[in-house]
Design a binder for this molecule. Structure first.
Ligand code: PMP
Length: 434
């Protein structure tokens, strides 16, 4: 593409897009295939962003493309007014594959909408109106989901928030675990903070604890082994629901179909989006029968609910994930990656910690390994350097200092090795300057 045309695309976008968005990279997309993206100048990139952990089946997987094409030609929209096969198939698949007794699903259009719906369901099922969520969490940017989000960098200019949303500490052992004997002692303490909120902060009216099984935007925070099981126990004892926000961690990303499966924890309500439909906008929440049957007709609805196109894409996504063994691949390639990442942590002072499960990977960048002091600036440099070496990564973390790798789950061992070569070259260059 000519320079002028490329620059026009950027200029028009910058001028007319709502300036609320951020983080645009200097890259104009042309097309994608599998784990690769090409820009309009013909540059090829390995993609460890995957639309922010969305295209788990890889860019434009032929099975997904075929399913979407076929559905477009049939009918695109129905609303919940009419029954249709793509939705029936997906409802069945979700009930069969989801953890524990989750059974009933409501379909919306995004992760945020899924969280908003989960809030309504938890309120309806319990008759209570307060919520407990975690510092460092991310659940969305609309009023309810924003009130649950525990990072004021996303929320501070929009006070006052929906009341009755309390925060407990993040189970981030690397940042907050110093004074504890070991991870499990810390995990127990972090979960027990629910009871502290009930005792000191709440109006004794908590409907649910809302948790990302592994915090994503907060910096890929894998909790101590005992944390989620203990949280579930506390919820049962205190008569609260457990809501698992699997928007980022679901659909095989962490090497299990859902992240709660790592700990055999059964949520009462679960949210999903991102990877569910390989990039076709979609989001959903599920509830157990006991919880869901408290909803009455017209308690919730949306025009695009159960959209046939999105359902067809989601059905094809499940087929690809299962037939190509992508959950197992995420686990295997993720394990291989961690051997290499742990070596990087040992070799480079600016790599403070490497965390994650499967292909949900965070590399925490610090000024030096001893102080753990987070450095957003160094992380930005690492990202720029990886980009220059043809690897796309994103940044996350409460301090913006975690390099996140979430490649498509189709990534091969060799492709992952190539990604890590490029990442290490970038880290090594930046480390020399710091
Ligand atoms: N929950 C979690 C855990 C997320 O990671 C996100 C998005 N990063 C959301 C909710 C919001 O999803 P969406 O951007 O699709 O609205």
């Amino acid at each position: 593409m000519k320079d002028t045309e490329r620059n026009d695309i950027k200029r028009v976008t910058d001028e007319y897009l709502m300036p609320a968005v951020y983080g645009q990279q200097d890259l104009v997309l042309d097309h994608g295939e599998g784990v690769r993206l090409w820009d309009v100048d013909g540059n090829e990139f390995l993609d460890a962003v995957a639309g922010i952990a969305v295209v788990n089946t890889g860019h434009s997987h032929p099975r997904v493309v075929d399913a979407v094409q076929e559905q477009v030609e049939n009918y695109v929209q129905s609303s919940y007014y009419f029954y249709h096969e793509p939705m029936a198939d997906l409802l069945q698949t979700l009930a069969e594959r989801s953890p524990g007794d989750l059974k009933n699903t409501f379909f919306g259009n995004s992760g945020t909408e899924a969280v908003e719906g989960a809030i309504k369901l938890a309120k309806k099922a319990t008759g209570s109106s307060e919520f407990i969520s975690l510092r460092g969490s991310f659940h969305g940017r609309t009023p309810g989901s924003m009130a649950l989000t525990g990072q004021n960098k996303y929320t501070h200019t929009f006070h006052p928030h929906v009341p009755g949303a309390y925060k407990i500490p993040s189970p981030n052992y690397y940042r907050y675990g110093d004074r504890f004997e070991d991870e499990n002692e810390f995990g127990k303490w972090a979960a027990e903070q629910v009871r502290e909120v009930v005792k000191y902060d709440s109006n004794d009216d908590v409907a649910a604890v809302v948790v990302e099984p592994i915090q994503g935007e907060g910096g890929i925070v894998v909790p101590p082994e005992n944390y989620l099981p203990h949280l579930k126990e506390i919820c049962e004892e205190e008569d609260m629901l457990l809501v698992a926000d699997e928007v980022q961690t679901g659909m095989g990303r962490t090497g299990e179909l859902f992240a709660v499966d790592h700990w055999d924890v059964e949520p009462d309500i679960m949210t999903m989006a991102k990877g569910i439909a390989s990039g076709v906008p979609f989001g959903l929440f599920m509830g157990t029968e006991e919880v869901s049957e408290t909803m009455a007709p017209a308690d919730h609805y949306t025009t695009y609910g159960g959209n046939p196109l999105a359902c067809a894409a989601a059905n094809a996504t499940f087929e690809v994930i299962e037939e190509e063994g992508l959950v197992e691949n995420a686990a295997t390639v993720g394990d291989e990656a961690f051997d290499r990442l742990e070596a990087m942590e040992a070799d480079y002072d600016i790599v403070g910690d490497v965390r994650g499960k499967g292909l949900h990977i965070g590399v925490e960048i610090v000024t030096d390994s001893d102080s753990h002091e987070p450095s957003e600036d160094i992380a930005k440099d690492v990202r720029t350097q990886t980009h220059e070496r043809g690897l796309l990564v994103s940044r996350c973390g409460t301090h913006g200092n975690v390099i996140r790798l979430t490649p498509p789950l189709t990534v091969s061992s060799d492709e992952m090795e190539e990604m890590l070569d490029r990442l290490e070259a970038a880290v090594s260059t930046v480390a020399k300057d710091n």
